[in-house]
Design a protein around this ligand. Structure first.
Ligand SMILES: [Zn+2]
Length: 135
């Protein structure tokens, strides 16, 4: 949480501030264990393909649809706990944060296993030759 993450909405300042607050809320309440070190940008967009509410673009970027934000009666998290749309958009943001987390784990796994594959399955002669350069 120390590292700056850009959270923006280019067309509505209120949504932007709310999304920033919601991110803090999600991370503190549900996401302390998540690895979000690769995350750089959360951007609100007016529409996402297939009517979805959130989407991981890559391990650095999440897009969130403004669809449910348009229905909120207030922009105060404390007053919205009973609101179904608030619950859905919170789940959506958290869901996308989980994708960022998974992606980081997968990349780590990919790197670890590439190394293991290389180490254990490359013939010793080649191994000896290129070990230092490739790793
Ligand atoms: Zn998903």
């Amino acid at each position: 949480m120390n590292r700056a993450i850009v959270i923006l909405c280019k067309f509505n300042n209120q949504y932007e501030l709310f999304l920033q607050a919601l991110y803090g809320y999600c991370v503190i309440k549900f996401g302390r264990e998540l690895n979000l070190s690769a995350l750089h940008t959360i951007e609100m967009v007016e529409k996402l393909p297939f009517g979805s509410d959130g989407r991981m673009i890559d391990e650095h970027t999440i897009h969130i649809s403004s669809r449910l934000y348009e229905t909120l009666p207030v922009f105060e998290i404390a007053e919205l706990h009973e609101n179904k749309n608030f619950q859905t958009l919170t789940r959506t943001l958290f869901h996308e944060l989980c994708h960022i987390n998974e992606r980081s784990i997968m990349l780590q796994m990919h790197n670890d296993y590439s190394w293991a594959f290389y180490y254990f399955f490359t013939p010793k002669s080649i191994h000896k030759y290129s070990y230092g350069q490739t790793l």
